[in-house]
Design a protein around this ligand. Structure first.
Ligand code: ATP
Ligand code: MG
Length: 396
């Protein structure tokens, strides 16, 4: 008898031509995420992945890490056993018994046609065995628990547990994006959503140190470490913004400040993204949430760069964003107090309907190319590893 975890993947099955590519990447991600957990290598069996556990495997760690891997629909612990019908029955009962249930179903698949009984026969025989011992009834449409039996490659894989996976597409299959990561609630959620669609995220955080303290940088770093546990590791650029901000503050009209800040952030982020071979910028903007996020301002801000800006939260309400932030674990970091660079000197009546012509005219009289270059040169690049990785931070 082998102790196993059976891993079911989701949308991958749909990607006909690229299926091997997606599966191989997911396999590699699983191997990397589980390094140090003392599990055997993952095998691919009949459209599933099967992970063999050993007596020294840290099963809790395996579960926690699998639960964060994109591309997994669900997974559950099970057994690999000889496929004679008595063993199937007793193993199914062993797995079901601790679950305490009123109704159940047995679901058999028989990809290996050498098996002598049909899947319907197996369902009936094993179902009768369980019913005799449990007093529970069979319910095929809405069972409380389901025991899955797969007859594959000369053996049976049996599992009665179904833990939800993170869904989406495997990390590092969707290209790279540069995420503008503030210390707030929204941008980590925006990053997570893009990562869930397979993108590799590189983070860019703008800070006004020494005019602000280091809290926003610490928070951005903590968030990057958290998000790294969804893609194994993550790079973050800490980019100084104080000098550009000071020029804007002194030389431009007060109500346009935030728009100008954002346009220069976009330009810096675009330069970093090009150096990283990223194909798009990502922000946590949500339409109408604050003055800088009206449709007019989004338009003016977007025109500062040529690279596409993706805004995965544009149509989300704050409550929806907060509930994802709680689920992924970023909320508690985001609500820590900090001094965001843009909360300094924010006008009481910011522009909500900027016009590109006016903003471009203001920028024409403001030559900050020297400051932009200096900010890029002074950017610190750090690599954050997943929180469970012992190499917590490494400076390049
Ligand atoms: P968040 O909660 O993500 O900070 P927010 O609702 O506070 O968002 P804004 O402060 O207007 O909104 O920021 C909009 C977006 O601009 C952020 O989601 C983020 O992508 C980017 N941004 C803002 N400030 C910074 C910063 N200091 N460093 C990097 N990106 C930033
Ligand atoms: Mg913010």
């Amino acid at each position: 008898m082998q102790r196993l975890i059976v891993i079911h993947y989701s949308e991958l099955a749909l990607k006909k031509g690229n299926r091997d590519y997606f599966e191989n990447r997911l396999l590699r991600n699983i191997d990397e995420a589980l390094s140090g957990c003392e599990a055997r290598r993952v095998r691919r069996i009949s459209g599933r992945f099967v992970l063999e556990l050993t007596p020294s495997t840290d099963v809790d760690a395996v579960r926690a890490r699998l639960g964060r891997l994109f591309g997994i629909a669900h997974f559950g612990e099970g057994r690999g056993v000889d496929w004679d019908i008595d063993t199937l029955s007793s193993t199914a009962w062993d797995l079901l018994r601790p679950l305490g249930f009123q109704s159940f179903a047995i679901e058999t698949r028989r990809p290996d046609k050498r098996y002598p009984l049909t899947s319907v026969d197996v369902n009936r025989t094993v179902g009768a065995y369980v019913r005799e011992r449990s007093d529970a009834r069979v319910d095929l449409s809405n069972p409380e628990v389901t025991c899955r039996i797969e007859l594959v490659e000369g053996q049976a894989i049996i599992s009665a547990e179904r833990m939800p996976g993170a869904g989406g597409l495997p990390s590092h299959t969707g290209g790279k994006v540069a995420v503008l990561l503030s210390g707030g609630i929204d941008s980590p959620v925006a990053a997570w959503k893009m990562m869930r669609r397979g993108c590799t995220a590189v983070f860019v955080h703008f800070h006004s140190f020494p005019h602000t303290n280091r809290e926003s940088q610490d928070k951005a770093r903590q968030v990057a470490t958290l998000l790294a546990s969804y893609q194994q590791r993550a790079r973050i650029y800490m980019t100084p913004f104080a000098d550009i901000q000071r020029r804007i503050l002194v030389e431009t009209p007060v109500e346009t400040r935030v728009i100008l800040y954002r346009r220069y952030m976009m330009r810096l982020a675009e330069r970093i993204a090009v150096g990283e071979r990223a194909r798009a910028l990502v922000t946590g903007d949500s339409l109408g949430q604050v003055a800088s996020q009206t449709l007019e301002n989004i338009d003016v801000i977007s025109r500062a760069v040529r690279m596409p800006i993706l805004r995965p939260l544009v149509g989300s309400d704050k409550e929806e964003i907060v509930s994802i932030a709680r689920k992924i674990g970023s909320y508690d970091i985001s609500i820590l107090p900090d001094q965001d660079c843009c909360s300094l000197f924010v006008p009481r009546h910011p522009e909500t309907r900027a016009s590109t012509d006016r903003i471009e005219a203001i920028e024409a009289g403001l030559d900050v190319s020297g400051e932009l270059e200096a900010a890029l040169t002074a950017s610190e690049r750090l690599v954050q590893y997943a929180a469970y990785d012992t190499r917590a931070v490494r400076q390049l």
